[in-house]
Design a protein around this ligand. Sequence first.
Ligand SMILES: Cc1cc2nc3c(=O)[nH]c(=O)nc-3n(C[C@H](O)[C@H](O)[C@H](O)COP(=O)(O)OP(=O)(O)OC[C@H]3O[C@@H](n4cnc5c(N)ncnc54)[C@H](O)[C@@H]3O)c2cc1C
Length: 510
Amino acid sequence: MAVVGSGHNALICACYLQRAGHRVTVFERSRQVGGAVCTEELYPGFRYDVGSSAHIMIHTTPVVQELELHRFGLVYLDLDPWAYYPTPEGPHLAFYRDLDRTCASIAQVSPEDADAYRRFIKDWGPLTEAVFALFQEAPTPLALLRRMVGVPGPRQPVAAGLQEILQSYGDVIQRRFRSAPVRAALLWLGAQSGPGPDERGSAPFIGWHAVVHRVGAKHPRGGSGMLTQALAQRLLADGGVLRTEAEVASIEVAEARVRAVVLASGERLPCSRVVSGAHVRTTLLELLAPEHLPAALREAVAATRVGNGFGMALRCAAEELPRYRGAPTGEPGDMHAGLQLLVTSEDAVRRAHAEFLLGQSASQPQVIAMTFSAIDGELAPPGKHVIYLWSQYHPYALADGERWDDIREREADRICEQLYRFAPNMRGKLLHRHIQSPLDLERRFGLLRGNVMHLEMSLDQMFAFRPTPALSRYRTPIAGLYLTGASTHPGGGVFGASGYAAARAVLKDG
Ligand SMILES: Cc1cc2nc3c(=O)[nH]c(=O)nc-3n(C[C@H](O)[C@H](O)[C@H](O)COP(=O)(O)OP(=O)(O)OC[C@H]3O[C@@H](n4cnc5c(N)ncnc54)[C@H](O)[C@@H]3O)c2cc1C
């Protein structure tokens, strides 16, 4: 059994299959395992997450417990509050796992919105829990409808609930909340999966935060990559094989059955089953010879919407922590625990998105800062810190013909300026910065066009439509070839549900 790629979904799938008695070999083209869940010491003494950081959705799956990843070095640290908005003028907003504490924080800005937030979480809680249950299994349109229509919130009649799901998260926020800082914070949180604030059917990208109040947000001690390191160790301990710097160049097929994988080095490894965690277009359009897929399916795969990227990241070493306006202390505190929302306003998010739609990089990028060294001494030398800046919106293909390799420093400067607006003390305090443009993300992780979710997370590409209706259950028309990863249901993010469900599909087929 061969597994292509060592993204976390592929590794999870590999671990379950190895545990069930298959003899699994994982092939990863990079020298590091983990795909976009990976931590590296890119500057001496500082451990940088080079992909994801906030681990939330994986805690809705049984994966971490069932694979006993704590035995392989995985320790999760709570990010609480998981989000913090250092509003430039007023009191700061903190989103704790505890709903009452969150509402108390919002009440300092707007008592009315504190009540609205409580109602919002109560309305969306039952629905999102039901949808997350659906995320653990291969999707069918019927199951989806049953879950969505059958589980109204305590105050929501069915039709009203369904109507809200079909709205944009921008609509939901405008309808339910009044104060500018609350709206800006929520809009910026909703924007993190990619779809813009006014995209129909995107309301769940804000509604799902109800689940965060239950499971919390976490970061592995030692960095995000400790998750994939633990998965790799688990696989090896169970007798699996892991080969890095081993790019799969093709999947050999005869009589509509998988026969072998062939590496870029020319090595051929016979096998009757392959699970690919690479991008769906890479797997089906590049690794397979065209004659092995029906033409209509090839067309459907080619027509999946990868989009135009949406974000970029900076990984910095810093002499001190951000000291946000209105919060005089630079000592580690609530503001440094989780996602620090450096969002100017609702309008600023919309403006950045509008520029993105025109193929322009945001003139004033909106940023999330993360400073996990404030809660984890393993990430930086004593007294020093890491600071990661995730920024939107930045198109992969630029309308004016500029090239990312020419403008990455300029764009990074703009991102830093947004940090300095909120935390003026940081100017001159960055010791090193590692830039990841959308093009860099593609080169490093195989994330086509810099889309960290592989395919756009729009309603028409989710559930039974991801990556295409015919491929939505992890199987392909080729016997023995399966798909997993962010290209498949339930999509991108540190989740693992795809790897978990794909393993079950393989085991079911025997
Ligand atoms: C900068 C950044 C920040 C992010 N932040 C967050 C966050 O905070 N929270 C969150 O939930 N999500 C975040 N994400 C998204 C999340 O990390 C990804 O959606 C998710 O990790 C994708 O996992 P995957 O299992 O699909 O595999 P991927 O991570 O896409 O890995 C696929 C692997 O396959 C390998 N591969 C591809 N082709 C071949 C081949 N031919 N042969 C061998 N190997 C191959 C690649 O090298 C790669 O290692 C972030 C992503 C990025 C890039």
